[in-house]
Write a protein that binds this ligand. Sequence first.
Ligand SMILES: Cc1cc2nc3c(=O)[nH]c(=O)nc-3n(C[C@H](O)[C@H](O)[C@H](O)COP(=O)(O)O)c2cc1C
Length: 162
Amino acid sequence: MFVQTVYESQITGSFGPLALLALQKTAVIRNRERGITSFLYHDKGRLFHVVEGKPDTLEDTMARIGNSSLHKDIKVRAMLRCEKRSFPRWYFGATNADDPHFKRVYGALKKAQFFNLDVVEAVQILQMVASRKRRAVKMDQFSIKVRNFNRNKEPRGLLAVK
Ligand SMILES: Cc1cc2nc3c(=O)[nH]c(=O)nc-3n(C[C@H](O)[C@H](O)[C@H](O)COP(=O)(O)O)c2cc1C
């Protein structure tokens, strides 16, 4: 038996790609160790996060999340017992309103504002996004590949203005 907690919150500072990456980096390692899986949606500083795992470890993780100064106004929207996880392959998956995978799923459904959906529907939509993302990303390789940059070319950002 698993427990799934769904909460909403508001980011306190800025939540750009770098902040998300830093959060993902630590959360993935910790969640992996503890058998926690999770999926996060964010839009304009507002978060919707599904966190799931065994009851005792989940309680621990939720306490850490609740104590983080990175967000505030945390509201638990649901706590469910479930036989199966909704995001079994994601230690810390994330999407947002501008993510093409999210846009495609959401655009096709013609739904109201994401945060106004009922929790079950919102989680189902994130599951659809997650499965699309999974086709594009290899989840067991949570690393950034070093690209083969062409060393003969001058980096674009360093070109002198003539
Ligand atoms: C939106 C959000 C999601 C988080 N998700 C997880 C998580 O899935 N697993 C985990 O162990 N910690 C999670 N954390 C906690 C962070 O990894 C970290 O422990 C915390 O942000 C540190 O708090 P501080 O920045 O106030 O020191 C989360 C924190 C935030 C703000």
